[in-house]
Every structure is written in C-alpha cells, then in structure tokens.
Ligand binder design. Structure first.
Ligand code: PMP
Length: 415
C-alpha cells in the first residue's frame, strides 16, 4: 500500500513517464495481435497465413514505372503540391465509375478521397461516435475497424453471422437488447462481401431486410467493401448503398484491386454528411496525397484495370483452391471451415479445448503463422477460431503451411 505523499510504486506500465498525461481514449488503443505478429511471420522460413497482403507480383510494374515517370515530367508540380481535402475531382469521377459496377449511382461531390479506407473508418467513427455509444458489427469483424471504434471509446456489440452473412434476426435482437440497456446505437458496421475475417457474403435476399431493419431503428449503415470486385466467378453483388443512398455510408479502397501502398480509398457519404467528412479529413491530413491520387487516376484512365482485377481474381481463386484442398486433405477431425467465393480469407474453427492464441507461438516454432480469432472480436470471443489468409503465399507454400498447421493442431490435441 502507498500512503499519501509517497510516490506510487513503479509497475511495468508506469515505466512510461507520460502515463498520466494520456487522454482517456488511449485506454482503448491496444496493440493489435495481428500487427504484433507481422515481424515473426515475415521470417522466410515461416509460411505466413496471417496477413492480408495483396499479391502485387501480378502488377505490370515496368509499365507503371514508365507512366509515373512521364507523369512527373509533365505534371510534377501539380503532383507534389497540396490539393483539396475532398480529393482530386477527376479521380472522384472515376471512383463513381468503379462503384457503378456494384449498382451505385453516385455524384462525385459526395465522394471524399481518403488515405486508405482505414482513414474513412476513422473519420466516420470520429464524426458519429461519442464515448459509450454502441456500434453494431458482425462477430467476428475487421480488426482495423475494431481499433478505430476502440480509439473513440465506442462499445461494440457483435451481431451473429451464418454461412449467408449477417443474420437479420440477430440484428433485430441486438438492437432490442441495446435499447433495453438504455444505450444508443450509432451505426451498423458491415462488410457484406467476402468478409474479413469470416470469408462469407451477405445473401442478396437479406440485403433489403438488413437495410429496412436499420432504417426502422434510425440506425445508419456503414458498408465497408474493399473486396467486392474480387468474386472468383466475376459476379458482383448490389451494394447496400445502391438501394438506400440516404442511410448508407460506403467505404471503398484501391488497396485490394490495385495497390495498398498508395493508400488511396474513399468514402461515399449521404449528401448531408459529406461536408462534415471533408472537415474531418481536413483536420486529419489537410489533403490526401496528390501524387498517389494522380497515379491511381492515370492508372484507371490508361490501364485495363478491369483486366487487372480479373488477373487478381484468378490468382486468388487458385490460392483459395489450394487452401481448401489442403484443409480437406490434412485437417484433423473436429475442424470446420468455410469455402469463400471471393476475397482473401478462410475462417477455421478448431476442436474444443484448443486455444488458437495460446497455440500460436508453437505454430510459429513449426514455421507457420495465422491470425488467432480473438483479435476479431471486441469481447475476446474467438479463442477456438483462426483466420487463414491465402492471398499472399504461392499455392505450394499455402499447401505446405496448412500441412504444418494441421500437424500443430494434432500435437495440440494430445497436450
Ligand atoms: N476494411 C477491411 C474489411 C479490410 O480488410 C481492410 C484492409 N485489410 C481495410 C478496411 C483497410 O484497407 P485500406 O488499405 O484501404 O486502408
């Protein structure tokens, strides 16, 4: 016990001399389990099924290098200058053409260019959420979104999914339960297509119902759709935003269809919300990077970008097939998983008694890494689940990684 006037004992957390200065909201900022893993998982002997890094080797780098060089020679002074917080007008028009593929009819004025869709998530949370407000999100949900919600002190209430995505009845129940508890739901955050991490897609016949439930409850929908154009059979689904433009904020990104290092994404807001978003963007970054926006804009106007998406889709389908056949061949009894129709991820449930987070260091010793399930829940569920990302390793490495993972699970079952 410390008596008055005596300095508090130095515990490991108080080694930081600034600890008393931090804002209360930093309490929700904890290192993501997945990010912490990246360093280990990137050792060459480890097959990493952990990170969601796109297969950039499929890009025509020489052609891109030439074009970026030409662009700098002709428009370098614009490319290196400040721009508007709203984003380049030409790019905003092109973004509307991209969204048209999923049935969205948008005006370029309602598009705000962001530094990746992660910034869109941050901005949307910043403008809508007060500490203690509830955000509904599928369980499991995207780890980066959970990070933004925690940073703004939102309380996340998870809504169940099944093989056809978010379950409308579970959404009704979650809304009723939050209402009974006297709290306020600010929005539903949903990843309708090729979900990260669950790999499932919201059935078309559920979409109108989900929108109607939210509309009735006065709850905004935040639709996060980075993978929508990566369906393996080329099929796209109608965006939620396409049927309810006044109640859906749509987040888009070029990270998976082009390249994440450019950090170019966007928010398509209901018209009334657009101005607040531009102000939020301005205070965060002044403007998104002009050079990168020009690279994306030029890429969209001079490249066969739809053809490039097809190349990506085919590479990811081959990898998905490798992952699924290896799972069928090697996984011990008691494991179950889904077969994604697009995107990057398989969600695996392991036999009872195995804790995927505790198992991870042993898996890394066996030279395979994955993302354990608890990182995808705000309430620490998910200890019997893990996410396999098949986007980055070659099909051979995926097969080898899954074989190693199956061995780890078998050893674990014997412990
Ligand atoms: N949302 C989801 C569902 C994602 O999977 C990701 C990236 N893994 C993002 C948003 C963030 O993407 P960006 O690179 O555009 O910030």
């Amino acid at each position: 016990m410390t008596s008055p006037g005596q300095p508090a004992k130095q515990g490991p957390r108080s080694l930081d001399p600034h600890v008393r200065r931090y804002a209360a909201r930093t309490a929700g900022m904890t290192a993501s389990e997945i990010r912490a893993l990246f360093a280990v998982a990137s050792r060459p002997e480890v097959v990493s099924l952990a990170g969601g890094m796109p297969h950039l080797a499929a890009l025509p780098l020489d052609g891109l290098a030439r074009e970026v060089g030409e662009m700098m020679a002709t428009d370098g002074l614009v490319a290196l200058q400040y721009g508007s917080a709203h984003g380049l007008p030409e790019l905003r028009e092109q973004i509307c053409d991209v969204m048209a593929l999923e049935g969205i009819n948008a005006h370029p004025d309602d598009v705000v260019v962001t530094v990746g869709s992660q910034m869109g998530l941050d901005m949307v949370t910043r403008i809508f959420v007060d500490p203690g407000d509830v955000v509904l999100a599928e369980g499991p949900s995207y780890v980066g979104a959970l990070g933004s919600f925690a940073a703004y002190q939102a309380q996340v209430v998870h809504v169940a999914m099944d093989a056809h995505g978010l379950v409308p009845e579970a959404l009704r129940e979650a809304l009723a339960a939050v209402e009974r508890s006297g709290r306020r739901v600010k929005f539903l955050y949903t990843i309708p297509n090729f979900h990260n991490p669950a790999g499932v897609t919201l059935a078309v016949n559920r979409r109108a119902e989900v929108l109607e439930i939210c509309r009735q409850a006065g709850v905004l929908v935040v639709e996060d759709n980075p993978y929508g154009l990566l369906g393996f059979d080329g099929q796209t689904y109608p965006a939620l935003r396409s049927t309810d433009p006044d109640n859906v904020v749509y987040l888009g990104s070029f990270s998976k269809t082009f390249a994440p290092g450019l950090r170019v994404g966007w928010v398509l807001a209901p018209h009334a919300v657009r101005e607040k978003l531009v102000l939020a963007a301005e205070s965060a970054t002044l403007c998104p990077p002009t050079l990168n926006q020009m690279i994306v804009s030029r890429y969209l106007s001079t490249h066969d970008w739809k053809g490039q998406i097809k190349i990506y889709r085919e590479a990811y389908r081959e990898r998905r097939d490798a992952a699924i056949s290896a799972l069928e061949q090697h996984m011990p009894e008691g494991c179950s998983w889904n077969r994604p129709d697009g995107g990057f991820y398989v969600w695996l449930t392991v036999p009872e008694g195995i804790d995927t987070k505790a198992m991870l260091p042993r898996a890394v010793t066996q030279r395979v890494a994955y993302a354990s399930g608890t990182g995808f829940y705000a309430d620490r569920l998910g200890s019997r689940q893990l996410r396999i990302s098949y986007c980055y390793p070659t099909p051979e490495r995926i097969r080898e990684g899954i074989r190693r993972l199956a061995n780890v699970l078998e050893d674990e079952a014997q412990l």
